[in-house]
Design a protein around this ligand. Structure first.
Ligand code: ZN
Length: 374
């Protein structure tokens, strides 16, 4: 990894500036790709854009920008795209600014002000290296300045047609993934959080270790259809398995649950009735756990832990302990109070409630071997 600090004048970056719309934006004598053809990103509003121009005119420092060296004297903006575009667009007669209360396009600015702007030096780190080197470096510099999310960082290093298509599905406020999954999965598409959740799910399903392994393998794919199909499968499976929607479904790790349980067969009308019953059950204190409890119980008799079933309070346990004269109800040996546990005589799964008449005190050993605890 090679990193070099350069000072580059605004007028030099502006030379050869051309906005080709969907085909990208280029500058610096055609050697700098400010916005690659496959990216269409959020653009600053006029207030933010003017703030960049004012910063340059007043000779205040702008944050350092990062360019990646992509070829012999060819570069791509990795960080600083919006600031660079603001400067270019102003010099391209695209918007006005105010100086001492008067409104100006670039070409009618007072000469000294104009000179300050075009001779303003941008501080640019030009970096050259492999994708993983760039990612590692970005993670480090990201400690300073505006924080990028983990997935935003990954996106910087794995640009290409795959990422463009993935962003189309997952990364806009109005994207299809948000529309589809809004009621089930939490995440801000603008901060790449939905994309990250889908990627976490698919790498688990494929047995990969890290999201970057997947992105590296697919970055040159013509589209992100595999990921988008996977994500739709997850949500459709949730909707088929649990036909009635409850608000507590939102925020569960549905990709993970899909990866584990989607090959099992479930009867959705039975499940639907059980979900409704468990929601009404006062013994169940963790309603969010209902779904995994129902998905997992065939293989896990202790799945009741998903539900955080009610337990006996200290007063009730002490009353029962006194009634049992300090002896375990199973092995009949003496134990101090703090080494005993309150047990449901009739377990929850058979309709037992958390009431004192259904309480017995057991030593830890006897309690742990009591089967069908719930
Ligand atoms: Zn015992």
């Amino acid at each position: 990894m090679n990193i070099e600090l350069r000072r580059i004048k605004v007028c030099d970056v502006f030379s050869g500036y051309i906005d080709k719309g969907d085909d990208g934006v280029f500058a610096y004598g055609g050697k700098l790709s400010i916005r690659p053809p496959y990216q269409r990103e959020f653009v600053y509003n006029d207030v933010q854009a003017e703030a960049v121009i004012q910063t340059a005119i007043k000779q205040y420092p702008l944050n350092i920008m990062y360019w990646a060296k992509t070829g012999d004297d060819e570069y791509e903006v990795m960080d600083g795209q919006q600031r660079t575009l603001s400067l270019m667009r102003f010099l391209d007669h695209r918007f006005t600014i105010k100086v001492e209360g008067k409104t100006y396009y670039h070409d009618v600015l007072p000469e000294d002000v104009y000179d300050k702007l075009v001779n303003y030096e941008l501080m640019v780190y030009v970096c050259e290296g492999t994708e993983s080197e760039k990612l590692a470096w970005f993670e480090t510099v990201n400690i300073a300045g505006e924080k990028l999310t983990d997935q935003e960082l990954r996106n910087i290093s794995y640009t290409g047609p795959w990422l463009a298509d993935a962003k189309f599905h997952f990364s806009k406020r109005t994207c299809a993934a948000k529309h589809l999954a809004e009621r089930y999965i939490v995440g801000d598409p603008n901060r790449q959080e939905l994309l990250e959740k889908a990627l976490k799910g698919i790498i688990e399903a494929q047995g990969l270790k890290d999201i970057t392994d997947y992105m590296a393998a697919h970055k040159s794919d013509t589209d992100a259809d595999e990921l988008w199909q996977y994500f739709q499968d997850v949500i459709h499976w949730v909707q088929k398995t649990f036909p009635t929607y409850y608000a507590d479904m939102k925020g569960l790790d549905w990709c993970h649950l899909y990866n584990i349980y989607s090959n099992n067969k479930y009867n959705s009308s039975q499940i639907d009735a059980e979900v409704a019953k468990l929601h009404k059950d006062k013994e169940v204190t963790k309603k969010k756990g209902i779904y995994e409890f129902l998905l997992s119980r065939e293989t896990d008799i202790y799945a009741g832990r998903h539900l955080h079933l009610r337990s006996f309070d200290e007063d009730d346990k002490m009353t029962v302990y006194t009634n049992q004269e300090g002896k375990c109800a199973v092995c009949h040996k003496d134990f101090p109070f703090d080494q005993m546990e309150g047990d449901h005589i009739i377990p929850w799964s058979k309709g037992g409630k958390t009431v004192i008449d259904n309480c017995q005190m057991l030593c830890k050993h006897c309690n742990s071997i009591k089967s069908n605890k719930y």
